[in-house]
Design a protein around this ligand. Structure first.
Ligand SMILES: NC(=O)c1ccc[n+]([C@@H]2O[C@H](COP(=O)([O-])OP(=O)(O)OC[C@H]3O[C@@H](n4cnc5c(N)ncnc54)[C@H](O)[C@@H]3O)[C@@H](O)[C@H]2O)c1
Length: 447
């Protein structure tokens, strides 16, 4: 927690670091603090699925009226019911008063047509993860929205510039990437497109703060800062399973490290569809892209996570406890055999270092490209988007405590020799190590 005081000076230093980087992450260096932006009196959300409902609730929680637009009246009805049902759970648990629930539910109203969106100062799109669909929607928003309105997309990875290009006002378009569940998770990743104006950036940051989010601004690239830097962690955990580790072992390692939930249990909770679709899209764009054959096989067999009652684990009806599943173990064994892999014992320390160092290396590329303005932005995103243990300060802060760039580079060079191309050291990592700098010193322009 921000401002928390603990006895252990090492943990205290990590907590202080966390508080500092969270404050800084919202600052885009070229956007002056006094940049004027439109005040949001009315918001709209397009798409009321998992994310759209959560975003509408997060807006209502901040006292902002929201118009919800869905594909048809049935879907709209479902979205509004989902929102009321989620609030009702909080009332039942005693964390929300009935009167507050009534007020918040009343703030979210359906929009029967696009004309109803004309009042909104900000419109946040959260339809399916398809560039074609999002471009169609943004062309419609361009026609319906009032001048000066912010047009934001909650895409997890798609090109913000391509979405902005569907409008005649690309300066008003920006990424507003919330994390699931959007009414709970603290991070808002604000993704600036090539054309996003300073006023659009400042307005989106201010809205995020009003929604009590930790706001972090970054540049546009496939996966943006947060998901792109986490990609190698996810790939590595899958490859470790191919080699012989188990999802249960890897989850245990990460729980012991301080995460509240292991990454395989987290993947089951989030559902596997979006990541599967993104892998297929990346493979189409790049033949060398490495698919994750076990995860792919799970999805193809209908094991799409908790919502289907099974994924990496199985789940009893109405219970979220991840249970071991011999069927999942059999699928893992079958894919290993088809890949010609004889499973080996993988140590817990190897699991931890491979997953985290893979992401540290990618974070160096992201910083070198200027997608992240500061090393601390990576930490702020990992702490608030992915549940990285706060007492460890964030991904790069942790790596600095483990010997910094020199130690990480030495290990990555060994893995590069043993495992090949995915372990090519990032040029910025090499520069940091050679100059005796720490990850905290990493910034664009060093390579
Ligand atoms: N699920 C996550 O963990 C997560 C996290 C961050 C971002 N995202 C992104 O958020 C977006 C939505 O994801 P989701 O998981 O909520 O998907 P979802 O399938 O739960 O919801 C999508 C909703 O969009 C609606 N929709 C489809 N076409 C529409 C149209 N023409 N007009 C209005 N509504 C329409 C659908 O009816 C559906 O309710 C995607 O871009 C996804 O990548 C998802």
């Amino acid at each position: 927690m921000a401002g928390q005081t603990v006895k252990d000076p090492i943990v205290q230093a990590a907590l202080d670091h966390a508080t500092k980087v969270e404050r800084e992450a919202a600052i885009a260096p070229d956007v002056p603090a006094d940049t004027p932006f439109p005040e949001v009196k009315q918001a709209a959300v397009i798409g009321g699925g998992v994310m759209g409902s959560g975003i509408a609730m997060a807006l209502a929680d901040a006292g902002i009226p929201v118009r919800m637009r869905e594909a048809d009246t049935d879907a709209l009805d479902k979205a509004l019911k989902r929102i009321a049902a989620t609030y009702a759970v909080s009332v039942k648990r005693g964390s929300l008063a009935q009167a507050e629930m009534d007020q918040r539910v009343a703030l979210v109203t359906g929009a029967a047509d696009d004309a109803a969106l004309g009042e909104a100062d900000v419109i946040i799109e959260a339809v399916f993860e398809s560039l074609d669909l999002k471009r169609q929607i943004f062309a419609r928003l361009d026609a319906a929205a009032k001048p000066g309105a912010i047009l934001a997309s909650n895409t997890s990875a798609l090109d913000i510039d391509a979405i902005a290009g569907a409008t005649k006002r690309p300066e008003a378009v920006i990424g507003a990437h919330f994390f699931s569940p959007a009414n709970v998770m603290k991070l808002l990743e604000v993704v600036r497109g090539k054309a996003s104006s300073k006023s659009t950036i400042a307005g989106t940051v201010a809205l995020g703060r009003r929604m009590n989010k930790v706001v972090a601004v970054c540049g546009n690239c496939d996966g943006f800062l947060a998901n792109r830097s986490r990609g190698p962690f996810i790939a590595e955990m899958n490859i470790l399973v191919e080699e012989g580790a188990t999802p249960r072992q890897i989850d245990k390692v990460m729980l012991e490290f301080g995460y509240r939930m292991g990454p395989f249990a987290t993947a089951d909770l989030a559902g596997h569809d979006n990541s599967y679709a993104n892998r297929k899209r990346r493979k189409r764009a790049d033949r060398a892209y490495r698919m994750l054959p076990i995860a792919d096989r799970m999805v193809e067999l209908g094991r799409r996570g908790q919502k289907t009652g099974k994924g990496w684990y199985r789940y009893a009806e109405g219970d979220r406890t991840p249970l071991d599943d011999p069927e999942a173990e059999r699928i893992i064994a079958e894919v290993r055999t088809s890949l010609g892999i004889a499973p080996r014992q993988v140590s817990d320390d190897e699991v931890l270092r491979r997953m985290l160092y893979a992401s540290v290396n990618e974070a160096c590329r992201i910083i070198a490209e200027g997608v992240a303005a500061r090393a601390g932005d990576v930490d702020a995103m990992w702490l608030n988007g992915f549940g990285f243990p706060r007492g460890r300060g964030g991904l790069l802060y942790w790596a600095d405590q483990r010997g910094g760039p020199a130690a990480v580079l030495e290990q990555i060079r060994q893995w590069h020799a043993a495992m090949g191309a995915r372990w090519v050291p990032a040029p910025l990592l090499v520069v940091l190590a050679e100059k005796g700098l720490s990850f905290a010193d990493a910034k664009p322009g060093l390579v």
